[in-house]
Design a protein around this ligand. Structure first.
Ligand code: 5RP
Length: 233
């Protein structure tokens, strides 16, 4: 399977939900970049579209394409947010944050009237957890926060979990907001909604990469075409 074809097809399907005049939440990552690209093409055709970017990388891409950038504190309305995911389960729960943008992504997805997730088919899993769960924490007293995370994970049956501060070339990765990411290798998360809340109860944890009950739709793409998953009503 060519994953990039799947990503593109999913983005094209999501673009069917674009309407003139919309304020868009623009996600982060290689799949979301396809959607930004398509939104930019609409702008080039004369569509009035504005975008709230979830990362500096996305901001640069959108600005280069001529999409009018709206700062997140300049609007209370986001019509449609479109973003990728690292894993998605049958209940439409997600793991996100592989691109270290999860706090901004979750704020924008939560605010959006509609949140569409786009992903190549390899992101569909029966249970979340093979992808290490990213948790964004304050750099202040980070070791205390990591110790508290270990206790909470232990209480939730993850006593063997391996936690690592994300680093690149030996240097801790900083998010666009200047925070740290802790990647938690949990293998299988049976109750993602419970864990999402428990981790966020720890002072020092700013947000975690479990996005439970937030997606209105997931569009999976593969070189065979697209399929759509929506919550059961
Ligand atoms: C960034 C994210 C991305 O949406 C996620 O990592 C998927 O990325 P890609 O589309 O490149 O596979 O959550 O924080």
């Amino acid at each position: 399977m060519d994953q990039d074809i799947g990503k593109r097809l999913a983005a094209e399907e999501a673009a069917k939900y674009l309407e003139r005049g919309m304020v868009l939440g623009l996600g982060t990552g290689s799949t979301a970049a396809h959607f930004v690209d398509i939104a930019g093409a609409r702008v080039a055709e004369g569509w009035p579209l504005k975008g709230v970017p979830t990362s500096e990388t996305t901001r640069r891409q959108a600005a280069l394409l001529g999409i009018e950038i709206i700062e997140p504190d300049e609007t209370t309305v986001i019509d449609l947010a479109v973003d990728g995911a690292d894993e998605a389960d049958p209940g439409l729960n997600l793991i996100k944050g592989g691109g270290a943008a999860l706090l901004r992504e979750k704020i924008i997805a939560h605010a959006a009237r509609k949140f569409i997730v786009i992903a190549d088919k390899s992101k569909r899993v029966t249970a979340l957890g093979a992808f290490p769960l990213p948790v964004e924490i304050s750099p202040y007293a980070w070791a205390l926060t990591v110790a508290a995370m270990r206790r909470v994970l232990d209480e939730h049956g993850f006593s063997q979990a391996k936690l690592a501060i994300r680093a690149s070339d030996g240097v801790s990765v900083k998010t666009d907001g200047g925070n740290l990411i802790v990647d938690c290798a949990l293998e299988r998360i049976e109750n993602p909604g419970v864990l999402e809340k428990a981790l966020n109860d720890i002072p020092g944890v700013l947000e975690n990469g479990l996005f439970c009950g937030m997606a209105d739709m997931i569009i999976y793409g593969s070189d065979d075409g697209v399929s759509t998953a929506a919550p059961r009503t």
